[in-house]
Ligand binder design. Structure first.
Ligand code: FES
Length: 109
């Protein structure tokens, strides 16, 4: 198997309704993961693009969070409707979707 070009990580962590931190899972992360999986299958990219679900990755306020490596691009508030754009622009053309990127100001020191 050739080395994968991209690794897409989706936080699918779910907390109970009403939890003060919220969670990507309760904001629809499973639908996002399913849409990515469909897109990878449609484009025959399995093996070249790896898709993983993860537990909490610490940016719960911004969920659903999707990270694309090796670019270390963090996307926020991703919905199933955003997936095709990420696939077309980032995964296919190598251009991250700026409107969905977590802003630099959100990161602490
Ligand atoms: S629950 Fe997804 S980043 Fe915390």
């Amino acid at each position: 198997m050739p080395k994968p070009k991209y690794h897409i990580i989706i936080c699918t962590n779910t907390r109970p309704p009403g939890h003060p931190k919220g969670s990507c899972g309760e904001k629809g992360a499973q639908n996002v993961a399913m849409k990515f999986s469909e897109e990878l299958e449609k484009r025959s990219l399995f093996g070249r693009v790896i898709l993983s679900g993860s537990t909490c990755i610490g940016m719960c306020n911004f969920g659903p969070v999707v990270i694309v490596y090796p670019d270390a691009v963090w996307y926020h508030g991703v919905t199933a409707n955003d997936v095709t754009e990420i696939m077309n622009e980032h995964i296919t053309n190598g251009k991250p979707v700026e409107r969905l990127m977590i802003p630099d100001s959100a990161w602490g020191e």
